[in-house]
Design a protein around this ligand. Structure first.
Ligand code: C5P
Length: 292
């Protein structure tokens, strides 16, 4: 019998995101620095008699075979002719859904790497990355973690020096979720700003906290932000409130989560408490380095 496993699936933030062009395959070329944070979902993997996968999720709306965890398991199983032992996966969600934090992608990445061990498939990190990229553009990053420059549609990665410790405040209006596809579809690329990601790369490579924080204070850090904020005025109110609380709020990915980095534990803790009191979903977490 295989052994039970408990694995974490951490969220990511995009420190900056520049959309470069629309491609003929429906995706967009982009340049983004992605960063692993400590907020995480948990997957519990247990042996069951017989074959097949049984899956359940703490969020009932995410139950079912089209969950990326089930699709990752099926894709992995299709890589071998061996009869694979049965498995039960329970997914406990902490990361808000459709929030720009890569929650679903990270669940799929955790399933790919855990089932590769559970089923003793011995697939390389490169093969897992290729499989992951078929399921979602952010999955290769989620497999790798840490800090990386993502290009192509997000699946081409160049590792960067791990960011030093920052507290990370995450906040999103309760009940607001956005599908990545709909945000990209609504993007007016001609009118969208193109943030100076090269300067952010240089700051991360120099490991300069000051330059990274200064960059996040730029007027534009994410090509998708202006369109999303214009469509959801509640986000303008959230940004304003985060600023009043002494933070520098920046949108992650396709939104609608805003994050802020800070070295101040008390500032971050107070902000999260106040934002929660005001009805936002807010989280206190921190930047993490890759453990893989
Ligand atoms: O890769 P993923 O499945 O997460 O992407 C979801 C949708 O977001 C894609 O079908 C596409 O419409 C859009 N997308 C995009 N350009 C990217 C990533 C995603 O247009 N680089």
């Amino acid at each position: 019998m295989c052994k039970s496993m408990v694995v974490k699936a951490p969220a990511k933030i995009n420190l900056g995101l520049a959309v470069l062009k629309r491609r003929s395959d429906g995706y967009h070329d982009l340049l983004s620095i992605m960063q692993q944070v400590s907020l995480a979902d948990t997957l519990t993997i247990e042996p069951v008699r017989g074959a097949g996968l049984s899956f359940s999720c703490s969020d009932p709306s995410l139950n079912g075979e089209d969950n990326l965890v089930c699709r990752a398991a099926a894709l992995l199983a299709a890589q071998t002719r061996k009869a694979l032992p049965g498995v039960k996966i329970d997914l406990y969600k902490n990361i808000p859904v459709e929030a720009g934090l890569g929650g679903g992608s990270s669940d799929a990445a955790a399933a790919l790497s855990a089932l590769n061990r559970y089923w003793r498939l011995d697939l390389t990190a490169q093969t897992l990355g290729e499989l992951g990229s078929r399921l979602g553009s952010d999955i290769p990053f989620c497999l790798q973690g840490g800090t990386a420059l993502a290009s192509g549609r997000g699946e081409v990665l160049q590792p960067l020096p791990g960011l030093s410790f920052f507290w990370v405040v995450l906040a999103v209006p309760a009940g607001l979720g956005l599908s990545t596809a709909s945000v990209f579809r609504a993007l007016n690329l001609e009118g969208a700003p193109r943030p100076p990601i090269r300067r952010l790369i240089a700051a991360v490579q120099r490991e300069s906290r000051e330059e990274i924080v200064n960059w996040l204070e730029e007027r534009h850090t994410n090509s998708l932000e202006a369109g999303v904020v214009a469509a959801y005025p509640r986000l303008m109110a959230l940004k304003k409130r985060m600023r009043e609380l002494g933070l520098v709020p920046v949108m992650s990915g396709s939104g609608p989560t805003f994050f802020a980095l800070t070295g101040g534990a008390r500032l971050a803790g107070n902000a999260v408490r106040i934002l929660r009191d005001e009805g936002y979903r807010a989280y206190l977490c921190w930047t993490e380095r890759s453990t893989r």
